[in-house]
Structures are given as C-alpha cells and as structure tokens.
Design a protein around this ligand. Sequence first.
Ligand SMILES: C[S@@+](CC[C@H](N)C(=O)[O-])C[C@H]1O[C@@H](n2cnc3c(N)ncnc32)[C@H](O)[C@@H]1O
Length: 365
Amino acid sequence: MIQGQQPELFKFKTNESQGAVECLGLTFGNDTARRAYFTEKLREKLQDPLFRHVEGFPLGSDEDILALSDPPYYTACPNPFFAEFIKNHAQTYVSENDDYHSTPMTFDLSFGKTDPLYGANSYATKVPHQAIMQAILHYTRPGDVVLDGFAGSGMVGVAAQACAHPSAAFKQTIEEEWNAAGMPAPQWGARRAILNDLSPIAGFLSANYNLPFEVEAFAAEAQRILEETKLELGWMYETLHTDGQTKGQMTYTVWSELFSCPDCGGEIDLFNQALDPKSKRIRDEFVCPHCRAELNRRRLNRSYETCFDPVLAKPIQRLKRRPVLINYVIDRSRLEKLIDEDDLATLHRIETLSPGPRSRHTKCR
Ligand SMILES: C[S@@+](CC[C@H](N)C(=O)[O-])C[C@H]1O[C@@H](n2cnc3c(N)ncnc32)[C@H](O)[C@@H]1O
C-alpha cells in the first residue's frame, strides 16, 4: 500500500541528503533514519499473528516484505500506518462545514498510450495517467486525498501528483477543452493518493512510480545494467546482413504457424505456402505443396509439438511454428531478410541455454 507524500514528489528527488525530515508527526535527522525507524515498527507488526491473518496477506517471509517496503509510505503487505496517515492528513468530517459540490463529469475521457510513463511497465490493465488526471481535477481540489483501492500499476497516484506539474501542452489542452465545455478552469496542484492492491507486483510498481528517487543514480545504474545485458545477451539480437559481412541489429522475427494438409497430412508452412507477398495477407485459397489439394485456412489441421519446459520442469504441448523472416537495422536503415542458417544456429544456441540451475534444456518432438 502506498500513501501519498509531500506534493513535490514529481520532481523525482529523494530527501536522502536534505537533512531533517518530518513524517507522520515525527522529525528525523534524515530520510535514512525515517526509513530505519518505520522499518523496525513494521518488523514488530509482522510478529503480530492477527496482522498476518488479514485476508489476502502476501505469502512471503518477514525479511522479504521488509526488503521490498519503504515504510510508512509503501509496505509490501497491508499498511499498518494507514490510520496514522489519515490522522495526519485528513480532517474529521463535520456535515455543517461540508460545502463540497461537483457536477457529474459528462464528457468522455480519452488519452493516447504513447507517454513514456505509460510504456514503462506492462501491467495488463493500466490506464494513461493523463486520462485519470482529468477526473481528479474535476472532482477534487489541491491537497485532497484520493483513494484507489484497486490501484494496479499506481497510475492514480501518478495522476494525483502530476496535477502539480502538468506539461505546458497538456495544461493548455485541458483548459481549452474545459472552457469550450462550459466548465470552470481546473485547480492545478497535487492531491495525495492512497493506493492499494491485492497483488504484490502491483504494489511494487505503484511504489516505484510514486516514491521519489535519485534520478542521476537511477540513470547511471540503468545504463550499467543495459551495457552488462548487451555484453551478455547482445549476440541473440545480431543477424548477418545479406552481404555476408555486416552485422545488423534485429528488431523482430516473424514466425510462421505450421499446419497439416487434411488430404495428405503433409506439413503446410503458412508463410511460404499461403502468404501473398504483395498484400502481406494470407490468400483465401492456396494449394498443398505435397498433394496439390485446393486448401483454405479453415480446412487446415493445426500441428502441435511436445517440448520439455525447463521452468515448469515438465513436458508441455505447443503449436508448431518456424521462424521465417527477420527485420533488422543497420545504420538506421530498416531491412528484411529470410531467415538463414546462421540465424537458425543462433536460435538453437538460445534454446539450449539453461534459465536456471535446476532446469534442463528445451527439447521438442
Ligand atoms: C483494472 S486493474 C487497475 C489498473 C489501474 N487502474 C492501472 O492503471 O494500472 C484492477 C486491479 O484490482 C486488483 N484487485 C482485484 N481484486 C482486488 C481486491 N479484492 N482488493 C484489492 N485489489 C484487487 C487487481 O489486482 C488489479 O490490479
């Protein structure tokens, strides 16, 4: 569970070197001291069997939960500091003072999926934060607390914070659209977010999207990992250009599904037998290369192969397919070639790699 912090989060800076910090009414010499204090509090709480008995409590050791957490802001389990957070950041509800009024938001919300923040994770059901921002701007005021009990990758938290730092283009678009719709101008400024999700990976993503961190240290570490990965795995993405000398960088490989002919049982490779190279679509009718029978896609039988899955450590059945085409780049030029012997040898080398100490190599029949 993540709790919104100070509204300046979106500047992506930690408090690590900033001296004294205040958190939930306590003052600490620095942020490391804050983390150490609340980590101990969380450690004590994890000893409480009733706490661990909460429905949906993650299966994990105390040490793993503590290592993932950054309490009180993020705990990789139900957040025991939640009540304290509310006490510090919310006011007791008094109906006589309640002047909140908001008309229903009646226009459609949509936003493209091209923002780098949206692309930075592959959580299945994520929503672009700019779309959420519009609902938050409409229904809340700066400083309000927004609760998302089903937060997924934490985009509501990103949106709540981004209300303080919209890009100039986004701000202008929203203000113009709202004006045209006869709505009052949005009140920019951060809201605080409480994010919760049943899934530990969702909580982890939300935390990493929403908690501050050292940009330079992150960039340097990311670059180091990229370089190390390239050294170790870069050969998997290399392909020899058709001149037989230059090495290209693969962008993607096209795989063709394999079927069998319903008349003679011969193998049909859809890419080679049925693809129209001009339209790049599968032809409605084509001929079996073995018995010359007239075929169409509906008449074909699927082919399967049995493989040993080294991760599951058991045999699995999968659709038969074959790599046929490689798209690659040399000096910014996009090129295409049919798969060759070298590429097949690379794929074979990859297949025989072991993903873990316990696993055996992939074998198919
Ligand atoms: C549609 S997704 C939310 C996606 C999110 N808006 C985003 O941008 O990433 C719904 C989430 O609800 C979570 N969920 C389902 N049942 C839940 C429960 N009982 N308590 C908490 N979270 C739950 C799922 O794990 C999932 O992450």
